[in-house]
Design a protein around this ligand. Structure first.
Ligand SMILES: NC(=O)C1=CN([C@@H]2O[C@H](COP(=O)(O)OP(=O)(O)OC[C@H]3O[C@@H](n4cnc5c(N)ncnc54)[C@H](OP(=O)(O)O)[C@@H]3O)[C@@H](O)[C@H]2O)C=CC1
Ligand SMILES: O=C(O)[C@@H]1CCC=N1
Length: 274
């Protein structure tokens, strides 16, 4: 028997909410099942036009009768927003996408004894190829976990994480991860220009190369290091590039970047208070 479709409410209609809403709409969630609270009138109008969803200025009004409320505001204002939603009568499942903020903080701010799934999606959700890590608090039932997984797996893969303490690392890896790939794309294009390619050729060749590599990673049975070795002819061009990258501390730099992002998650939580 098919389950009845849940009503979702997004608190905050910014970048990440738009990616999730766009991904859900493109994959068949009807607009009338999605409500969005967004303070800016122009942004509400744009959301309504683009996605045919109901938009509200008031967070409480938007959250009314929702089965699941997705908290999609910045970590810095999450405390204030939760206080505003405190006492919500419908006892929805809360799904937070905020970096850093813990389920214990959310539970306290929302009044206690709340069912909360903390998750970390990423922007490729817009195209249905997102990657989300999730963790449920102890108050959640199997049905809550199933609902959260259903929502997030509609826009990509959803991976349950063993311990909430690991969510900052998930944020650093896959939440922020698309930006690392975009930075690589920017750097590759700039370098190609310096080697004499024109901008359009550099752009097209860079994008298709990253797309091809991503598809090989996800569709081939071989791990990344094997795929890399297949490109790297001994004494050839790739080896020259890889040696330059590794000589410059590429792996150590990535390690430090992911560690910095992980730390920043914990700092955001600490700054938000209890
Ligand atoms: N961007 C990303 O790639 C990812 C972001 N996240 C998380 O998603 C959350 C949102 O980030 P992001 O979408 O990038 O940020 P945005 O600033 O784009 O979105 C936040 C939205 O919340 C709105 N807002 C501000 N104040 C309130 C309020 N009091 N009540 C309701 N809505 C409000 C903002 O409106 P206005 O613009 O008018 O202030 C804005 O539209 C963050 O917690 C972030 O950690 C998670 C995964 C990936
Ligand atoms: O940069 C940020 O803090 C958010 C969380 C992950 C991606 N963007």
């Amino acid at each position: 028997m098919t389950q009845p479709a849940p009503t979702l409410c997004f608190i905050g209609g910014g970048n990440m909410a738009r990616c999730l809403i766009g991904g859900l709409r493109q994959r068949g969630t009807p607009g009338h099942q999605i409500r969005v609270a967004e303070p800016m009138a122009a942004a509400r109008e744009a959301l309504q036009t683009e996605f045919d969803v109901a938009c509200f200025e008031s967070n409480r009004q938007a959250a009314e009768q929702a089965d699941c409320v997705v908290l999609a505001v910045k970590p810095q204002i999450m405390h204030t927003v939760c206080q505003e939603l405190h006492g919500h009568s419908g006892r929805p499942l809360w799904v937070s996408i905020a970096a850093g903020i813990t389920s214990t903080q959310l539970d306290t701010w929302l009044g206690g004894d709340q069912r909360i799934v903390r998750c970390m999606p990423n922007t490729p959700a817009l195209l249905g190829v997102g990657a989300t890590g999730l963790v449920a608090n102890v108050a959640c039932h199997e049905a809550d976990r199933a609902l959260a997984e259903r929502i997030l797996s509609a826009v990509g893969i959803a991976v349950w994480i063993a311990q909430e303490a690991q969510m900052d690392a998930v944020t650093a890896l896959s939440g922020s991860g698309p930006a690392y790939s975009f930075l690589l794309a920017e750097a590759m294009q700039a370098a190609a220009l310096r080697q004499g390619l024109d901008a359009e050729a550099a752009r097209r060749l860079t994008y298709q190369t990253l797309l091809g590599a991503a598809r090989m990673l996800s569709e081939s049975a071989e791990p990344a290091d094997q795929l890399r070795k297949r490109v790297t002819s001994p004494g050839g061009t790739t080896q020259a590039a890889i040696e330059t990258l590794q000589g410059g501390g590429f792996e150590a730099l990535i390690d430090r970047a992911i560690a910095a992002a992980t730390r920043r998650g914990a700092e955001l939580a600490a700054a938000a208070g209890n």
